[in-house]
Design a protein around this ligand. Structure first.
Ligand code: PSU
Ligand code: MN
Length: 308
């Protein structure tokens, strides 16, 4: 028994799937507690799980509760995370304290990867990852998500990174850390609310089967770290880039004026953008997460079909 297993509480449904080599897809909880307002957040969390199930995979939303890493949550757990005011945003550096103190914690991309790997889950669906923030030169703000992608062998499916970040620098950082970014039916980096950016990708695929082969090969090569799959928002849900750029610029400027720092930056910006777009950005955010859930489950399924 591994020493960390004493802290894992894996839902029976997830355990059964793992034992039988069935596809399991991990989901983060910071997107619920700090990424979207109530009650849209809990609606999102439940719908994402149902999309993954409808593709024949098992969802496993991850959070820290009662001194345990819970892998697979009940609807009641999701409601608690969505509603509570005192949920800690837990990244790698926060994990031990929040578990030891038995506080309620929502996992970011970085900590969800760590917990998923402990439970032997290979795939993880989210909306957007953290990255190198704009104004990095003075703040030194780089999300721990990026280093985690280079360390932890969990494959992450997202819609790129939000334009609240410095996208070219985020891509440079991933390159330095040796993280493979693979476009799913796109040759350029999608920018979350929009399908495209100026950044060309070095690797892209057209199908879940092609991705499954790359992931299988990466594992056989024993390369550490995760693969980052970037999947563009559907055309009908994407927003106008110029409109969003202006809103994001204002939100970033306001965050500097308001002296927002550290882990509060991302939630602050997400909230401001939803307010400024009168909910339009939230609708886009929901749509891209659902799309990622669909694609992520298909990739997980293709992978387990391949290794059978
Ligand atoms: N980007 C989004 N929505 C989110 C997040 C990022 O569009 O909810 C969350 C994720 O949990 C991500 C975290 O891991 O924010 C990154 O926070 P930070 O920048 O503080 O590392
Ligand atoms: Mn940060």
């Amino acid at each position: 028994m591994k020493t960390y297993e004493q802290f894992l509480e894996i839902k029976q449904e997830v355990k059964d799937a793992l034992d039988n080599n069935m596809p399991v897809v991990a989901l983060e909880s910071t997107i619920i507690s700090h990424g979207m307002p109530y009650p849209d957040n809990v609606r999102m969390a439940k719908k994402v799980e149902s999309i993954i199930r409808s593709e024949g995979a098992v969802p496993a939303t991850i959070a820290i509760m009662d001194g345990k890493i819970k892998i697979g949550l009940t609807d009641e757990d999701l409601e608690t995370l969505a509603k509570s005011k005192n949920v800690t945003k837990v990244s790698r550096r926060d994990l031990a304290s929040v578990i030891a103190n038995k506080s309620l914690g929502a996992t970011t991309v970085a900590s969800t990867m760590i917990c998923a790997e402990m439970a032997n889950i290979k795939f993880f669906v989210t909306g957007g990852i953290g990255g190198v923030h704009r104004g990095y030169e003075s703040s030194l703000d780089v999300s721990a998500d990026l280093d985690e992608l280079s360390l932890t062998n969990v494959n992450v499916i997202c819609a790129g990174a939000k334009a609240i970040l410095d996208l070219p620098k985020t891509m440079e950082y991933l390159e330095t850390k040796g993280v493979s970014v693979v476009g799913y039916q796109t040759e350029v980096l999608p920018a979350f609310y929009t399908r495209t950016s100026d950044i060309k990708l070095r690797h892209f695929v057209n199908s879940a089967e092609e991705l499954a082969k790359i992931i299988y090969t990466k594992d056989q090569l024993n390369l550490k770290g995760g693969l980052l799959v970037v999947n563009p928002i559907p055309v009908k849900d994407s927003l106008d880039a110029t409109y969003m750029d202006a809103i994001i610029d204002r939100a970033v400027k306001q965050s500097v004026e308001d002296h927002i720092e550290g882990k509060d930056v991302t939630p602050y910006l997400l909230k401001k953008i939803v307010e400024e777009t009168k909910g339009k950005s939230l609708e886009a955010n929901l749509a891209l997460v659902y799309n990622n859930a669909d694609v992520g489950a298909k990739i997980a399924k293709a992978y387990f079909d391949l290794i059978k």
